[in-house]
Design a protein around this ligand. Structure first.
Ligand code: HEM
Ligand code: HEM
Length: 184
């Protein structure tokens, strides 16, 4: 058993269906959001396309944030299956830390985007519906949170790349149960 909140359950179990469903829906959203984010910042300022893509990014980002909070809530109350027997200690530790860091990025990425956009006169619209605007126009705070948003995006993309490589190593090289327990 881990002493940290992201605990592990009984050996041989697989992830529960809600954890699996949320993992894959959120994975698609986050990877899509990374591509959308880097694409949209290259669109010339003042064009309708830029506003359209920015609003899409904010809407899907808020949606991802809500699903991520649900996933974190589920995960903090449900143990994950422990790694298969015989897996090297370093590999188990690396997986555990990579998962923790990914949860941290999953929370911070939408939070910093939302905070940055809140300190902006445009505010945040969720698929056309303006969300309550509790903040004020503040360029310094907007740039500060956007700076974090940009740095976390790079760290997150690197973690995801490592995670996907590790998942395929388990599937193709180690041929253990690690990949299949994240499948329904
Ligand atoms: C899963 C969640 C999210 C991911 C993966 C993500 C990713 C990104 C990326 C990769 C960029 C480009 C960064 C750069 O220029 O270096 C970006 C920019 C941006 N994001 Fe997000 N984002 C997410 C959520 C959000 C949310 C929830 C909001 C606001 C409600 C938001 C607002 C913005 C804005 C306004 C920019 C452009 C800033 C600018 O350069 O003018 N993002 N995002
Ligand atoms: C944005 C993309 C992704 C994020 C943020 C992410 C995050 C995570 C996290 C945090 C876990 C640990 C689950 C837990 O213990 O609660 C996990 C497990 C897993 N992920 Fe991902 N994932 C992403 C994409 C992918 C992709 C594309 C694949 C496969 C190609 C994948 C394969 C797996 C597998 C096989 C597990 C189970 C590993 C284990 O049991 O230790 N993930 N993922």
């Amino acid at each position: 058993m881990s002493t940290l909140p992201l605990a592990e359950g009984k050996r041989g179990e697989r992830y529960a269906l809600p954890a699996i469903g949320l993992h894959w829906v959120i994975a698609v959203l986050i990877i899509g959001m990374l591509f959308l984010g880097y694409y949209m910042v290259g669109i010339p300022k003042g064009t309708p396309d830029r506003a359209l893509y920015f609003n899409l990014h904010k809407s899907f980002g808020v949606l991802a944030g809500v699903l991520i909070l649900m996933r974190l809530g589920w995960r903090l109350t449900h143990a994950a299956p422990p790694m298969p027997n015989g897996m090297p200690h370093w590999s188990t530790r690396a997986a555990r830390w990579s998962h923790r860091l990914q949860y941290l990025c999953m929370v911070l990425q939408p939070a910093t985007g939302y905070l940055s956009s809140s300190f902006n006169k445009y505010g945040v619209k969720f698929f056309g519906f303006a969300l309550p605007n509790w903040a004020w126009e503040d360029r310094q705070l907007r740039d500060l949170f956007m700076g974090f948003h940009q740095i976390i995006a790079v760290v997150f993309a690197a973690l995801i790349a490592l995670h996907v490589l590790a998942a395929f190593k388990h599937l193709l090289v180690d041929r253990d149960r690690v990949f299949s327990r994240m499948l329904p």
